[in-house]
Write a new protein. Structure first.
Length: 1074
């Protein structure tokens, strides 16, 4: 046997083996492997010839082929949790290499390193197993977890030769789940794989070394010599209680802070890579919770604003966007917190920081209007204020450029022709002049641009009114109207107004006197400058006459319009893209129904169609035609893997939205690791429950009856109870299902109840208090018997002629608490007063009775010693019945008017149970005195000792109690009467309502113009005496004359009013049937 040193590397691969011919020797002594902590005996190393390999090169020496003698090229991996693993390690074939796994490292990666350090023709893995899974130390390989190691398994397959991979885990290839596991192992590794279908190990214990399931080409030879195969003492699952079988738990993902950088005045569309998500389990990101929204700007999903705490799926991230406030920028401009989810657990909270890069915005200026009285001043000298600059970046005016010269006059700079650009410092030297002086008013103009040091503005115009006038008149315009498109921003300009000025002055300023009710109007810098005003309608809103605003205008002469005008705003609709509003589930499990309820929306309410492509055959897609669709199906083993699915939603204009997601199908759910605990006990009182004094039974074998054949089979988990009768199954693997927990009963004990069962569902589960078998000993148990009697003379002895007492509970007070507990043996006395309590083990006991009202015990509580199998008799208990008992009586009545008193016409209610609530718990307990009301509602509760009592009723459905529960003091031998309790039958009550009105035309009907009369009393004349009596239902009319009389039992009623002076009734008294 040779142990593999993991530091021995690729030099012994095939290409090296074809060259190396020497023999290296290892000196005597011992050697420790690099990281496995195993002492390795001295051995001899030699490449190629040492391995007995014949190297064959092709003619161009490009590669070699290895021919493997028996035992050579075999790598054996052994999990040290396997029983007698040292025997297996020492019994491998000569020349084979052994690696003992180290539980402190990832076991799969240990195997990968070993394969890369040794030329492997066949890989043999020895560990615990179950159908469809292998337990490699702390690593569990199953159909659902193999994908996690896909890269590792592929590296195995690239190195392993034709001998393949042999899996010695018990039953790893058993059943459909086992075959699927072996097939998936073959698919990922690319080499042949074989696995056991039954227990692996000793034949006498039901084991074998046969690997019954093979997928692909696998060698026939085993890795062990015949001697160790015969002598191995156990089967691999003989003891399933090993710590390394802990199911890997899901580790919560990690969220890291991340930064996004965007340009000012742009919309940023997120991608999944913008979120810094890591998951040590390799689970994909499934959901993102937007914990709070950014304080600045707007975060949108498919164009609609998000709400704090909203969760979006990973497939929706492509429709997540952010836009900052217009013209705003800065590092750390804003943030928002997020939490990630991997499909099982949430991550910590992380912060997404948005940085907005500044961009230079071109400056904005404004047209100007100048009145130039040429005949007086001769020329006009400009100032910087004639060329205003508005720059959202805060830049100042740097220069101006004259784009077009005046038509009538001329411009000069420092008495010279203008040279562009004109620095801001020279603007006050810019002069306009005109010769000869014109007659009347003349209009001249020139255009210019402003520059902020980086960019020019658009052209603006200075209008010059050349001439003179003696008067000045305010300007006028007309109401105006504009039409803009939905979701656009409109910039105001003079073209929308029909500006008129009798003096020839120009448009100068624009002032909004009433803002629009819908949308928003925004102004940048100087409010009076028309071009600095913008209007933005609300998102996705449109309509003719959508909104309007009111305004005034001013002219270049400094006068404002005297009137206020209206600007009507129409917003024309544009077609919006339909969008998906649902996120897809991205995982499916073999054998389980997968369903994705797809939803989409079109803000324009256009009809939409949902279509699919790249749908695997096991899925069925249905467009429901109402903006929803369904994707459903149940995958099989053949469907394991990933599918990229594309969904498209479109409207009649062929605008679309696309949703693409990857759907992963995994194998059946892996077996669940369980913990089961309970107690095996001697059920002394034969009640099937573990009671306080009942002892546990040590040394009893407990097992999980997996196949429910009521026999302990070799592959079934078993444990032995400890000294207290307790047992524990820890970290055992069971498929989902229902299992019986059974025992092998000790001799002389009989089972009292059926074996308990557990139901295993998905996930790790703990079952406690599974108190199984519940055995009661029949031998060596005794009994206590006697008579309960009426001790008429109170002497404490059962004298001749003293009558028996029936119905008393006699019990053995195990814990001496003076109270009958649930686990204490007891019996009820027969008609002759006798009782017997059976199945009493040897011991000393106090016998007591449950006291009854009106009786006084005359004998002390007996203390009885019971020997093994002894029946103790004549344990008698005496009572006498007090002669000073009283009674409580009264009537249960139908309180029709809910007055709390029984009126003469209110009848009794039969069949109600009235009781004395001695412990004041609002519940009739078994020992509380009670009586049922007679046909006339009367009741009497007798034999009541002196004391204070609360009288209650057992409530009945449909009735509401109208009287408080009476508290009654009973003296010795006192009979208390007239303890009455009232109810009204709430569920069967009706009402009568109407209007009392001023019948001006005496027609007997209320006409539309006839008003209600307030303050009239309307009543039901139950005795038909034309008078409102004290107990008759009534109501007073409201301010509008309406009234309602509630809580009226079924019957016929005459409705009347109490007449008021000065009024004459014009309608007959109505007769109403309720």
């Amino acid at each position: 046997m040779n142990f593999l040193n993991q530091n021995h590397n690729h030099e012994i691969f095939c290409k090296k083996l074809a060259i190396e011919e020497g023999v290296r020797s290892q000196k005597s002594g011992v050697r420790r492997t690099g990281s496995m902590g195993i002492l390795i005996p001295p051995t001899t190393f030699a490449p190629c010839r040492w391995l007995g390999i014949k190297s064959i090169r092709d003619k161009d020496n490009s590669h070699c082929v290895s021919i493997w003698p028996p035992g050579m090229g075999i790598l054996v991996i052994i999990d040290p949790t396997v029983e007698s693993y040292q025997m297996l390690a020492s019994g491998v074939l000569a020349g084979a290499k052994v690696v003992i796994l180290n539980s402190e490292e990832d076991e799969v990666r240990q195997i990968t390193r070993a394969i890369l350090d040794y030329p492997v023709n066949s890989l043999h893995i020895v560990c615990h197993g179950s159908p469809g899974s292998l337990q490699l130390g702390n690593t569990k390989l199953s159909t659902s977890t193999l994908t996690k190691y896909e890269a590792e398994l592929k590296r195995w397959g690239e190195t392993i030769g034709s001998g393949g991979i042999l899996l010695y885990g018990c039953e790893v290839g058993a059943g459909d789940i086992g075959k699927a596991f072996v097939g998936r192992f073959h698919e990922l590794s690319g080499v042949g794989v074989a696995g056991a279908v039954g227990p692996v190990g000793n034949a006498e214990l039901g084991g074998s070394w046969e690997l019954g399931v093979k997928v692909g080409e696998v060698g026939d030879g085993l890795a062990f010599g015949e001697e160790v195969l015969v002598s191995y003492p156990g089967v691999l699952p003989e003891d399933l209680l090993f710590a390394s079988q802990i199911e890997p738990v899901n580790t919560a993902p990690t969220a890291n802070n991340s930064n996004i950088r965007i340009d000012e005045d742009t919309t940023y569309n997120f991608s999944i890579t913008d979120f810094d998500y890591t998951d040590s389990d390799g689970d994909p990101l499934t959901e993102i919770e937007i914990v709070n929204l950014p304080e600045r700007g707007e975060l949108l999903l498919a164009g609609s604003p998000l709400t704090p705490g909203q969760t979006i799926s990973a497939t929706q991230v492509g429709t997540l966007s952010y836009r900052p406030e217009i013209h705003e920028n800065g590092d750390n401009y804003t943030t928002f917190p997020v939490i990630f989810n991997d499909g099982a657990e949430n991550s910590n909270q992380a912060t997404i920081t948005i940085n907005v890069n500044p961009v230079n915005d071109p400056p904005v200026s404004a047209d100007d209007n100048i009145r130039f009285e040429a005949n007086i001043t001769g020329q006009f000298q400009f100032q910087e204020s004639n060329f205003p600059i508005i720059d959202v970046d805060g830049d100042n005016l740097a220069s101006i450029t004259i784009a077009q010269e005046p038509n009538l006059g001329s411009l000069t700079l420092n008495d010279e022709p203008v040279t562009n650009p004109i620095p801001v410092s020279d603007i006050d030297q810019l002069v306009y002049s005109i010769e000869p002086t014109p007659v009347g008013n003349n209009i001249d103009e020139f255009t210019f641009t402003v520059n902020d040091g980086q960019a020019d503005s658009v052209e603006y115009t200075i209008n010059i009114n050349v001439g003179e006038r003696s008067t000045d008149t305010p300007p006028t315009v007309a109401d105006a109207e504009i039409t803009i498109e939905e979701d656009t921003t409109f910039q105001f300009n003079t073209s929308i107004f029909n500006f008129r000025d009798a003096d020839g002055d120009f448009f100068s300023n624009f002032n909004i006197t009433r803002t629009p009710e819908l949308g928003r109007q925004e102004t940048f810098t100087d409010e009076g400058v028309l071009e600095n005003i913008f209007y933005i309608p609300n998102h996705n809103e449109f309509g003719n006459n959508y909104t309007n605003l009111e305004f005034q205008i001013g002219d270049s002469g400094g006068l404002n319009s005297q009137e206020t005008y209206t600007l009507n705003i129409n917003v024309s609709p544009v077609n919006d893209n339909p969008v998906f509003t649902s996120g897809a589930p991205t995982t499916a499990t073999v054998g389980q129904l997968y369903t994705y309820q797809i939803t989409a929306n079109d803000i324009d309410e256009d009809p939409i169609d949902i279509n699919s492509s790249n749908i695997p055959g096991w899925l069925q897609f249905t467009d429901n035609g109402n903006g929803t669709a369904t994707l459903t199906g149940t995958p099989t083993d053949q469907d394991i893997g990933n599918s990229d699915i594309e969904l498209t939603v479109s409207d009649p204009s062929d605008t679309t939205d696309t949703q693409i997601f990857s759907l992963q199908v995994t194998g059946p759910q892996a077996p669940t690791n369980l913990q089961i605990s309970g107690t095996k006990f001697n059920d002394i009182n034969n009640n099937g429950v573990l009671d306080f004094i009942e002892p546990g039974l040590a040394g009893v074998t407990i097992y999980v009856d997996i196949n429910n054949n009521q026999v302990l089979d070799n592959d079934e988990p078993r444990v032995v109870t400890n000294s207290e009768g307790s047992y524990l199954f820890e970290n055992i693997s069971l498929d989902p299902g229902t299992y019986s927990i059974r025992d092998i009963p000790p001799v002389g004990l009989t089972q009292t109840v059926a074996a308990p069962t557990i139901t295993v569902n998905s996930g790790s589960t703990t079952f406690t208090n599974i108190d199984i078998a519940n055995i009661a000993t029949i031998a060596q148990s005794g009994s206590i018997s006697g008579t309960k009697f009426n001790d008429l003379n109170g002497d404490g002895f059962f004298d001749p002629g003293e009558p028996p007492l029936e119905g008393f509970t006699i019990y053995v007070d195990f814990d001496n608490s003076n109270t009958l507990d649930a686990d204490e043996p007891n019996a009820i006395t027969n008609t002759d007063g006798t009782y017997t309590i059976n199945n009493i083990p040897a011991g000393n006991y106090t016998v007591r009775e449950v006291q009854q009202t009106g009786f006084t015990q005359t004998t002390p509580d007996p203390i009885v010693t019971v020997a093994a199998d002894q029946n103790i008799s004549n344990i008698n208990l005496g009572n006498f019945q007090s002669s000073e008992l009283g009674s409580i009586s009264g009537v249960k009545f139908q309180d029709d008017n809910q007055s709390g008193f029984q009126d003469p016409e209110e009848l009794g209610l039969p069949g109600f149970r009235i009781y004395l609530d001695q412990n004041n718990n609002n519940t009739l307990d078994a020992n509380e005195p009670n009586a049922i009301t007679n046909t006339d509602g009367t009741y009497t509760i007798n034999n009541i000792p002196a004391g204070n009592y609360t009288v209650r009723e057992v409530q009945q459905t449909g009735f509401t109690q109208t009287t408080p529960d009476p508290i009654v003091t009973v003296a010795a031998d006192q009979n208390i009467s007239n303890i009455n309790l009232g109810n009204f039958q709430s569920s069967e009550l009706g009402s009568i309502s109407g209007v009392k009105f001023q019948d001006d035309n005496q027609s007997g009907f209320q006409d539309p113009e006839e008003l209600g009369l307030p303050g009239f009393r309307i009543y039901l004349d139950q005795n038909n005496n034309n008078t409102l009596d004290a107990n008759e239902p009534n109501a007073i009319t409201n301010t509008d004359g309406t009234y309602t009389i509630n809580n009226i039992p079924a019957g016929n009623y005459t409705v009347r009013e109490v007449q008021q002076t000065g009024f004459t009734q014009t309608t007959p008294d109505p007769i109403v049937t309720v």
